[in-house]
Design a protein around this ligand. Sequence first.
Ligand code: ZN
Length: 150
Amino acid sequence: MRYSLIDMLILIFSIAIGAFLGHLVEPFLPAEVRPAAKVVGAVAVYLAVVYPIYRGFKFFPMILPRCPCCNKFQQGFHFTHAWPRVTYRCPTCNGEFVIWHTGKPTADERWDKPVLALKWPYAFGRYKRLKKPEPASPPYSEPAARSPQG
Ligand SMILES: [Zn+2]
């Protein structure tokens, strides 16, 4: 897991703003949910800001995936290529795989290595293994409708 000063500052900023917003709405809430207002506000602000910040500044997620080649968690990977299509090389098995940091591969993905997509909320490292899409089938033509007399 990678946890840097930037990650901590985003978290602290979100907690401060969210707790302040929770404090503002507390008097308008029923008494039994008031204690949770600040916590819910902090979590909501964090989830709202974390995705655009990490995507906008092209930060890497805090949790890197298990290597799809040797199926082990690693302390780190060697990176090649640039955001959003980042090729990772595993230090243990030397296998390479691709992570699309935009969550979706483009049409020029070659599918010669395992391909993962990074999903919302981005920062936590939710990955989805992708399969090569089937080639588009030829257009299917409807058989001619039979007449009611036939
Ligand atoms: Zn590996």
